[in-house]
Design a protein around this ligand. Structure first.
Ligand code: GDP
Ligand code: GDP
Length: 461
């Protein structure tokens, strides 16, 4: 059997402060806004987003800032993260300011980029109204090939730049996919969902969490007791490492976020924590198990990773790990911390476990299974519409001016996460609080625990 997990390609935006990185980031990731806006309780991270070239999604990383000459404190940290992002990306877009021209910082960054060996596209931003040939010539000096004039603010040249950045990666992927399909003609059937809302295909599970929470310990506990086939997928480092195992008659594919490598029978984390790999694995999974170290409480980094998971719309189970090592007082404290800092995860089940002792692992997998079933539930139009009507009767949507929103029917627009699309008139005026009310009604009626839910409105006029 073949693994079909491809990580999305990663584009890193690099450049000194004020050249227009976040403006370009916003323009590239705009396509994603619609879905994001409809899932409640997101913590937005402005550094990581999703863009699209045609049908093909990719991850955009805004490296924020880059002060390569810094020697101390936060700037060093930024430089370290930027260096890591460059190393882990598939292509870099290096922005310079077409109005200010090149300065010493640009030269320094260019030197680092040339040394990195990564593919780099040089973008000259703020180029609206520039007299191309004359003004662009100076940027050849950076030794990074042909400068691409763009205006991130106005959009000129941006999609051509994205196309050029992604084209070789997409072509490579298409070729790999074709070769794989030719080698395994039956593999295409693998992903087919079962009938009646009970998907019978394997659960793609990512175990996410910051360093040292117990990810590799849990993976060893899980796969140690079962038949296991591990894949180090051939080819590029971009591809996921997958570990297959069976448990209670279910087949799981673990997607590595931890930089795992196998030593004999045991898996070990060999790489340092990578936001990009975590993000890619979350996106490639159907369900994410977020592990938290119960001894440490809830950190900003935990909340951050949780935000990525909801943003990606993935089903989620939260595991408070190392439960064997916390006393009663600490247990109460961590529950309170959880309620305070991760309130936006109210849809997810939270379970205590000890990966080390193998305690609580069975219930965690049961919750994963339930979350997966909810994420792939089939919601029939008649039942959705019945639930909608009952909800509206119980509490009608508020008027806006002379308009009373009218909701006619609902149908399912997608899975993982389930998308419920409500049709009617004057729905633009429906406030978010009412959308959340409906979301709760659908969630209860269909027992959709463990997955985010997207409720969207479509007005006919
Ligand atoms: P960052 O620090 O690299 O993320 O830069 P920002 O995206 O915050 O942009 C810095 C400034 O440049 C802001 O005032 C933007 O409005 C402006 N800016 C960004 N892109 C363009 C552009 O294409 N043309 C012009 N004229 N200004 C731009
Ligand atoms: P990772 O970086 O998330 O993969 O974390 P590891 O699996 O390497 O675990 C980090 C440390 O926590 C190791 O020393 C583990 O033995 C320990 N650890 C993991 N799970 C548990 C647990 O359930 N209880 C206790 N007491 N320690 C654990």
């Amino acid at each position: 059997m073949v693994a079909d997990t491809r990580f999305k390609p990663v584009v890193a935006l690099v450049g000194r402060t004020n050249v227009g990185k976040s403006t370009l980031f916003n323009r590239l990731t705009r396509s994603r806004a619609a879905l994001v806006a409809n899932i409640s309780g997101l913590t937005r991270d402005r550094h990581y987003g999703e863009g699209r070239v045609g049908e093909h999604p990719y991850i955009v990383v805004d490296t924020g800032g880059f002060e390569p000459v810094a020697t101390r404190g936060i700037l060093v940290e930024m430089a370290r993260q930027t260096t890591q992002a460059i190393a882990e990306s598939d292509v870099v877009i290096f922005l310079v300011d077409g109005r200010e021209g090149i300065n010493a910082h640009d030269h320094e960054i260019a030197r680092l980029l040339r040394k990195s060996g990564q593919r780099v596209l040089l973008a000259v931003n703020k180029a609206e109204g520039m007299r191309h040939h004359a003004d662009l010539a100076q940027f050849h000096e950076l030794g990074l090939g042909e400068p691409h004039p763009i205006s991130a603010a106005h959009g000129d040249g941006v999609s051509a730049l994205a196309d050029e950045a992604l084209a070789p990666l997409l072509a490579e992927r298409a070729a790999e996919q074709a070769a794989e399909d030719a080698a395994h003609p039956d593999a295409a059937d693998e992903g087919a969902a079962g009938e009646g809302g009970a998907p019978d295909h394997r659960i793609k599970l990512a175990i996410a969490g910051r360093p040292n929470v117990g990810k590799s310990t849990l993976i060893n506990t899980l796969v140690g007791e079962d038949r296991v086939i591990a894949y180090d997928l051939p080819g590029t480092t971009r591809d996921a490492i997958e570990i297959e195992f069976e448990r209670g008659g279910r087949r799981y594919t673990l997607i590595d976020t931890a930089g795992l490598r196998r030593r004999g029978k045991v898996f070990e984390t060999v790489e340092k924590f990578s936001v990009i790999k975590t993000l890619q694995a979350i996106e490639a999974a159907n369900v994410v198990l977020l592990l938290i170290d119960a001894r440490e409480g809830i950190s900003d980094q935990d909340a951050h990773i949780a935000g990525f998971i909801t943003e990606a719309g993935r089903a989620l189970v939260v595991g408070l790990n190392k439960w064997d090592a916390v006393n009663r007082e600490q247990r109460e404290w961590v529950q309170r911390e959880y309620d305070r800092k991760l309130r936006f995860l109210s849809f997810a089940r939270v379970l205590n476990l000890s990966a080390l002792k193998g305690q609580g692992v069975g219930p965690v997998l049961k919750a994963v299974e339930a979350a997966h079933a909810a994420a792939f539930a089939k919601l029939s139009t008649p039942k959705l519409t019945r639930v909608l009507r009952a909800a509206v009767e119980q509490q009608p949507p508020p008027r806006k001016g002379i308009f009373r929103p009218k909701m006619r029917y609902a149908h399912q627009g997608g899975q993982n996460p389930p998308r419920i699309i409500i049709h009617g008139n004057a729905l633009d005026a429906v406030p978010d609080s009412y959308r959340r009310y409906l979301e709760g009604q659908f969630r209860d009626a269909f027992k959709l625990a463990g997955t985010p839910l997207s409720v969207e409105f479509k007005s006919s006029h």
